[in-house]
Ligand binder design. Structure first.
Ligand code: UDP
Ligand code: MG
Length: 160
């Protein structure tokens, strides 16, 4: 583990980030991955595949009563996604800022959605909304304990 409080471990904060099918189809994978890399977060997992309905429904289970739920599941399962796990102190909140508002027309320029998308239903990227969901979604998409644990050589140049 990264640090110790009393005799226990403090787990590094992780966020589940996903390039949605529209981002993959539009050739925006490198652009999106690059923003998290350049910011200084650590890539812990990455894979491309087309998720099934069950996985998409479980991922978005909190939204199952929303009128757009079926369209959302159809969208997420419509083609390959790039599933990723990024680590860093404050990564969950910071990633949400880098991603921008859910509605890309309201997202600030400079954010991923603000720069690269126009519609809520095609907003190119997902990011966990809490550290707990970062853990939950990582376990769901990658299986528990299956993401890489490593220290980038650049770490001392990113964090004092
Ligand atoms: N979404 C939609 N219509 C809406 C709200 C949300 O199609 O009115 C989709 C959109 O793709 C969004 C996802 O559902 O990214 C999850 O919604 P949430 O409110 O969690 O937004 P996010 O956390 O992705 O910004
Ligand atoms: Mg959300």
């Amino acid at each position: 583990c990264r640090s110790r409080v009393h005799s226990g471990c403090v787990r590094a904060e992780i966020s589940y980030i996903m390039v949605k099918p529209d981002g993959v189809q539009r050739g925006l994978v490198g652009e999106i991955v690059g923003r998290f890399e350049r910011k200084g977060f650590t890539l812990r997992g990455l894979k491309l595949f087309t998720p099934g309905k069950e996985l998409a429904e479980e991922h978005y289970k909190d939204l199952s009563q929303k009128p757009f739920f079926k369209d959302l599941v159809d969208y997420i399962t419509s083609g390959p996604v790039v599933a990723m796990v990024w680590e860093g102190d404050g990564v969950v909140k910071s990633a949400r800022k880098l991603i921008g508002s859910t509605n890309p027309l309201e997202a600030e320029p400079g954010t991923i959605r603000g720069d690269l998308a126009v519609q809520t239903g095609r907003n190119v990227v997902h990011g966990s909304d809490s550290p707990e969901n970062g853990e939950r979604e990582t376990a769901l998409w990658f299986g528990s304990g299956s993401v890489e644990q490593w220290q980038p050589a650049l770490a001392p140049w990113l964090r004092e």
